[in-house]
Write a protein that binds this ligand. Structure first.
Ligand SMILES: [Ca+2]
Length: 266
């Protein structure tokens, strides 16, 4: 074998070896769950952030020229929600130049990330009136609150903990499973002392230790799609909201016609 072909062989073997290192393909311990309920979800919402406060959902919907911040009751009769035209309790149009992303609540303020505009928009929870904006570096994907800080994802394996007043980064956490980075972290929720994250373009929600960044388990929600008629590949699982009253998560997806109440086993 001449040197050229030997090198070619080595490069090929290395490429094959690398193809087997697909971080997100490594499944974590499965978390058992049961679906307690389902309800309608406006399919016009390109869900980016979802949370529950009291008896209402708060949801952000993305895309340029179409981004919205809305609230609507959890327990509204299904007959009314079956109507696509049913009004929101409150609705705020996000300026056209912003692509709305993750949404979190802390105190009486709603914090809304924007995808590439490096601008955090702050709204009053009760009125959805715009209050102020704060600039930051990097992309905005998911956002959650642990009661003291705001936690942001940017599509990588990194979570950023921000001071809610200044949005300065105060802690950086790398998320790993078996020592391997877990990337594409998207919509977030903080519940029961853990960070829960949608993996973008997958049917999985992972449970992350907020101290170490290790993945403690995962929910595989692929079975929910069997209950839906989806028309395009962008209609991915996205949206996790902890419902304290029900002690369960509401989950949905981008342009999904339904939301599901999912209780996970301890
Ligand atoms: Ca959420």
């Amino acid at each position: 074998m001449n040197t050229f072909f030997y090198r070619l062989l080595c490069i090929s073997l290395l490429m094959i070896a690398n193809l087997h290192i697909v971080p997100n393909a490594l499944a974590a311990a499965p978390i058992q769950f049961e679906i307690l309920a389902e309800r309608s979800h406006k399919p016009g919402l390109f869900t980016q952030g979802l949370l529950v406060d009291g008896d209402h959902f708060y949801e952000s919907s993305g895309l340029y020229n179409q981004s919205l911040l809305v609230s609507y009751p959890i327990a509204e009769p299904a007959s009314q929600w079956a109507k696509i035209s049913a009004p929101f309790t409150k609705k705020q149009v996000v300026p056209a130049r912003f692509f709305a992303e993750g949404l979190a609540l802390l105190g009486n303020k709603l914090y809304l990330l924007t995808w590439q505009e490096q601008t955090l928009l702050v709204y009053d929870k009760n009125t959805l009136n715009y209050q102020t904006s704060i600039s930051y570096k990097g992309e905005g994907w998911g956002l959650a609150s642990n009661g003291k800080q705001l936690i942001r994802s940017d599509g990588s394996d990194t979570l950023y903990f921000h001071n809610p007043d200044t949005f300065a980064v105060i802690k950086v956490l790398k998320v790993t499973h078996g020592g391997i980075p877990v990337t594409q972290l998207n919509e977030l929720e903080f519940a029961q002392g853990f960070i829960w994250a949608n993996i973008w373009y997958e049917d999985r929600i992972i449970k992350i230790d907020p101290q170490t960044g290790t993945v403690e388990g995962e929910l595989n929600l692929g079975s929910l799609k069997q209950k839906l008629t989806l028309n395009n590949s962008e209609q991915v699982l996205n949206g996790i909201a902890w419902d304290e009253k029900q002690h369960a998560f509401w989950v949905t997806g981008k342009n999904w016609p339904k939301m599901f109440l999912v209780r996970v086993s301890d």
